[in-house]
Unconditional design. Structure first.
Length: 482
């Protein structure tokens, strides 16, 4: 028979200790679990009692900003901040832009405490579905206090309504450049221009920045805000529209021709149109006579009054000197070197309607000319603008500025002499008995002015222009047409 095996006392003790340790560990685990469950149940019961106690009320220890609201109902909190809103709702925002003024109250902008949101957030604190979170918030509020942010309201919609009419006046649509060249001449040109509109985003930001200042001030306050304007950029700038280096305006000349007869107005418009669009290349010398070409009835000009041999007579192209005079002024203002210019023999009333004497330029194709040199390093475009209603003419030169600064002195008038008596001339084109003045008396005089052009601080042109005018009489036309 096999021998029976009996464990030793030492082995039995080890087995006993292991079983005992297991029983202790198992008992401890269930004790902890039981304790935790009991604690949760107890905590849940306490929270339930607490929530019932503060149902519809803010738990203790809660502040809105620096205002204690613990124990208050949601309606009481709401009423508290509604009352505070009334303290500053009469504060005014004065919005200005140039001569426009608009006044909007804080109440209209609905600036103030968001009493509904504040009351709702305060009352719901510690009352969520998360028991652990509720316990933490309640204990934290009791111990340290819970500080909630003061939520504010601001409704910018009324800004759009109030400024709608102003926006219509301010709004300018950006204009894309137009530049079309045919046969070395610009046949379609439009300079790009920026647009503008009220910058509502920036305005809302400005009002928002002042919101806290209004709320913190218990008394009514007046706050001034300048309405911001936003620049709208064109998609195609003048610089992008061409490859000739033409970027911007470099000079402008203007004149008026009130009291001109119809044919003179026609000739001015025709001559200006033939100069319009001319391109002057770098280092090229522009000739007015060459650009204009022949002046006669065969090239489209009508008869108008011209000064010839000391008399006012009908001649082809009367009025062309209005065009050369206006272009001369643009060239002067652009700071370009003028290589040829001639003053009229007499002072002409047309050229002194908006200018002192001495700023005219006569031409008599092909002998007497007006010339200038393009020394800017870029192309120059000549553009003319005739207003046949207001009887004005403008020349604008476009190119690229090179830091030139132009100074032109006011003409000094000397050696004046009185005009002769008025002259009356028969005119078969006017009805009999009608009298029309076509020239205005002007004393003889010497007009002198100086022009200085600097570039980067250095003088590049320094010159004087002297114009000697013989005295000139008034000229009246008497109608003889039956």
């Amino acid at each position: 028979m096999p021998k029976k095996f009996y464990p030793s006392k030492k082995s039995l003790r080890k087995i006993f200790r292991k079983k005992h340790a297991f029983r202790i560990a198992t008992s401890s685990f269930w004790f902890v679990v039981g304790f935790f469950i009991a604690a949760l149940l107890l905590g849940g019961i306490l929270i339930a009692i607490f929530q019932y106690r503060y149902q519809g009320k803010v738990i203790p220890g809660v502040f809105i900003g620096n205002t204690y609201v613990g124990g208050k109902t949601e309606e009481e909190v709401k009423e508290l901040f509604n009352t505070r809103n009334k303290e500053f709702e009469k504060s005014l925002f004065v919005l200005t832009l140039d001569d426009f003024v608009a006044t909007i109250s804080a109440r209209d902008l609905k600036i103030g405490y968001d009493s509904n949101l504040i009351a709702e957030q305060a009352e719901s604190l510690g009352k969520s579905n998360n028991i652990l979170s509720n316990i933490y918030l309640i204990l934290s509020s009791y111990t340290y206090g819970t500080f909630l942010k003061q939520s504010h309201t601001f409704d910018p919609v009324i800004l759009n309504t109030t400024l709608a009419d102003l926006d219509k006046k301010v709004y300018t649509e950006p204009v894309d450049a137009l530049f079309t060249v045919e046969n070395k001449r610009v046949v379609a040109f439009r300079q790009s221009s920026e647009g503008k509109t009220i910058d509502y985003d920036a305005l809302i930001k400005k009002v928002s920045e002042k919101q806290e200042e209004v709320i913190q001030n218990k008394n009514s306050k007046i706050i001034g805000i300048k309405i911001p304007v936003k620049i709208l950029k064109p998609q195609v700038t003048t610089e992008k529209a061409n490859t000739l280096g033409i970027v911007e305006e470099i000079g402008q000349g203007n004149s008026q021709f009130q009291h001109s007869i119809q044919n003179r107005v026609y000739n001015i418009s025709l001559a200006a149109s033939r100069i319009n669009g001319v391109l002057v290349a770098p280092n090229e010398t522009f000739s007015f006579a060459q650009a204009l070409g022949d002046i006669s009835k065969y090239t489209g000009y009508k008869e108008a009054y011209v000064i010839k041999d000391g008399k006012t007579i009908l001649g082809d192209g009367g009025g062309v000197c209005q065009v050369s005079t206006t272009l001369f002024r643009a060239i002067l203002n652009a700071g370009l070197p003028i290589t040829e210019r001639h003053a009229h023999a007499y002072r002409v009333g047309y050229y002194e309607q908006d200018s002192p004497p001495g700023l005219d330029a006569t031409v008599f194709v092909p002998n007497i000319d007006l010339k200038f040199k393009n020394d800017t390093g870029a192309y120059i475009l000549i553009q003319s603008y005739v207003d046949p209603t207001n009887l004005t003419l403008r020349f604008t030169l476009y190119g690229k500025r090179d830091n030139r600064e132009v100074t032109i002195t006011k003409p000094v008038i000397t050696n004046q002499s009185p005009p002769p008596p008025p002259r009356y001339q028969d005119d078969p084109t006017l009805p009999k008995g009608e009298v029309r003045q076509v020239d205005f008396e002007a004393p003889g005089a010497k007009a002198t002015f100086w022009r200085t052009v600097t570039k980067n601080g250095n003088v590049i042109i320094s010159e004087n222009y002297i114009s000697n005018y013989a005295p000139w009489q008034s000229v009246f036309l008497k109608g003889t047409k039956e």
